[in-house]
Design a protein around this ligand. Structure first.
Ligand SMILES: Cc1ncc(C[n+]2csc(CCOP(=O)(O)OP(=O)(O)O)c2C)c(N)n1
Ligand SMILES: [Mg+2]
Length: 388
């Protein structure tokens, strides 16, 4: 069959066409691990209940607190970008359960390789949220020491951190450590060669690594059906290790499944792929306008599955949290927002010329030329201002 005839049979969606049909809801999928329904009801699961069986009301409140504070921090960062304090922000709105559940499943000596959206995981690892903002303001390349919290720097080259994680996991296995590694990536990243290579290497070397894919349904403007013809978790089978799809808006299920996967890794049973089925409620970043490529109905269909709301319903129904707890948390959330604003406003402005500094050890004619052009461009703004 020629390429042309294939194209004729399956016309590509034309650019700018909005999708109108909402995706199949997670609850409708038999292969989805879920411990808390969107209505906040605890459901039994023979395989994974054991991993959260001893969870205390205090720990449940802790998961709720983590999600609320992470969401608040994220909203604050988005506002700060809108006020011109940050150059860019990548919001995690809607993905709090996937990140807090998996992040809280990690042990202190495990090592985490994030993308650029893992603010909730950073929180679980003890990285001060204010330190995440320097990179987005352009004043540093990552404001924390990766080895202090075993939380690597944010990685923007899509999928590359899965290879870093695999190499690191192979290394700690050789050292005889019983810790594990977890690599975060997205549905879009699953199409990268780096991810395929890391699956191959980790499988054949039995590396202690968990691949945690947050399938938030979108890679900027590309939907998941442009990445795969099979559910993403099923890819693992072809590499020879287990893959599990978990409700990414269910913090308990994410905690349980990730604990299971990390324990497998520690026992020397090799890699696991966890696909957290979730939804990016916001824009890809503050530079993106999702109304150009997706319909409001889709977002609305996911709003009712909100990860924070479902845990709150469960906490209230089981009398694990009272009004006092929620009021205290609200005050804590306000205080966090205030501190984040203060820290960012106290940061210096970015050095606009830093980008030309470290490309070459010595000078380079082309860089010098570009720097001069940029300086002239900047100066043109100053002239405009003075002329008025
Ligand atoms: C190697 C590479 N190619 C392209 C890009 C541009 N890019 C930035 S984010 C992104 C989409 C990633 O989507 P996904 O993996 O689903 O993660 P999400 O942003 O949804 O969390 C792309 C293509 C990049 N950063 N790196
Ligand atoms: Mg995505």
């Amino acid at each position: 069959m020629t390429v042309e005839s294939t194209a004729a049979r399956k016309p590509r969606r034309s650019a700018g066409t909005k999708r109108t049909a909402a995706k199949k809801p997670p609850g409708a999928q038999p292969d989805l691990v879920q411990l808390l329904t969107p209505e906040g009801k605890r459901v039994k699961n023979g395989e994974y209940d054991a991993y959260v069986a001893d969870i205390t009301p205090e720990e449940l409140r802790g998961l709720y607190r983590d999600m609320v504070l992470t969401r608040r921090f994220d909203a604050e960062a988005t506002s700060l970008q809108r006020q011109g304090e940050l150059g860019l922000w990548a919001s995690l709105l809607g993905q709090e359960a996937a990140q807090i559940g998996s992040g809280r499943a990690t042990r202190e000596d495990d090592y985490v390789f994030p993308t650029y959206r893992e603010h909730g995981v950073a929180w679980c690892r003890g990285v001060d949220p204010a330190n995440l903002l320097g990179m987005f303001r352009g004043v540093n390349n990552g404001g924390w020491d990766p080895n202090s919290n075993n939380f690597h720097l944010y990685t923007i080259v899509i999928g590359s951190q899965t290879l870093h994680a695999t190499g690191y996991a192979m290394g700690i296995a050789k050292d005889g450590a019983d810790s594990a590694v977890i690599a975060y990536f997205g549905d879009g990243a699953s199409s990268q060669g780096d991810v395929a290579e890391s699956f191959t290497f980790s499988a054949v070397y039995n590396a202690p690594v968990v691949f945690f894919c947050q399938n938030n349904q979108w890679a900027i403007s590309e939907p998941t059906e442009r990445q795969t013809r099979v559910p993403l978790y099923q890819r693992a089978q072809g590499y020879g290790f287990p893959g599990v799809r978990v409700d990414g808006n269910d913090v308990l299920a994410c905690l349980a499944v990730t604990k299971w996967a990390l324990e497998r890794a520690r026992r020397g049973e090799g890699p696991t792929l966890v696909e957290a089925f979730t939804y990016r409620m916001g824009a890809h970043t503050t530079s993106d306008d999702p109304t150009k490529y997706r319909a409001d109905e889709e977002r609305e269909a996911w709003e009712v599955k909100d990860p924070i709301l479902r845990l709150r319903t469960y906490l209230e129904a089981s009398n694990h949290a009272d009004e006092g707890f929620f009021a205290e948390l609200e005050a804590e959330s306000e205080a966090l927002g205030k501190r984040v604003r203060e820290v960012v406003r106290a940061m210096p402005d970015p050095d606009r010329f830093a980008i030309f500094e470290n490309a070459y050890a010595d000078g380079h004619a082309l860089v010098d030329e570009e720097r001069a052009q940029f300086a002239a461009y900047q100066a043109s703004f100053a002239d405009e201002g003075e002329g008025k």
